[in-house]
Design a protein. Structure first.
Length: 126
């Protein structure tokens, strides 16, 4: 099986030694996205909802570059520096996904890259 990197200018460029996603057969592994504006490379300003929305827009852009969409997601991992923001993630996620929803884990963490408050990664099946 071959592995193909996935990249798009519509999502932030990798800020380390990783790819935006890797396609392995019909499975796509999405790297974690934080609320970086793909044009400026800076964290979005505003409330937590704006940050969560930017994360899902970034994930959507990479999913589309891989030949799918967020509707292809089977698993998501959500990382939050404040679990008090979990309901905001749920509310915004309901705008991007329909039932049956992907499997999901939500994990409280001490810190995220660039001082972000939220990061999400996932797995798609095309």
């Amino acid at each position: 099986m071959s592995f193909t990197p996935v990249a798009t200018q519509l999502a932030p460029q990798a800020i380390g030694t990783y790819s935006q996603a890797i396609k392995a057969g019909k499975t796509v592994y999405l790297s974690g996205q934080i609320p970086l504006d793909p044009q400026t490379g800076e964290l979005v300003t505003g409330d937590v909802e704006a940050q969560v929305r930017r994360v899902f827009e970034n994930l959507r852009a990479v999913a589309r570059a891989a030949g799918g969409d967020l509707s292809s997601a089977v698993k998501l991992n959500v990382y939050l520096t404040d679990m008090g923001n979990f309901q905001t993630v749920n509310r915004v996620m309901a705008e991007y996904f329909e039932a049956p929803y992907p499997a999901r884990a939500a994990v409280g963490v001490a810190a995220l890259p660039r001082g972000a408050t939220v990061e999400v990664d996932g797995i798609l099946v095309l």
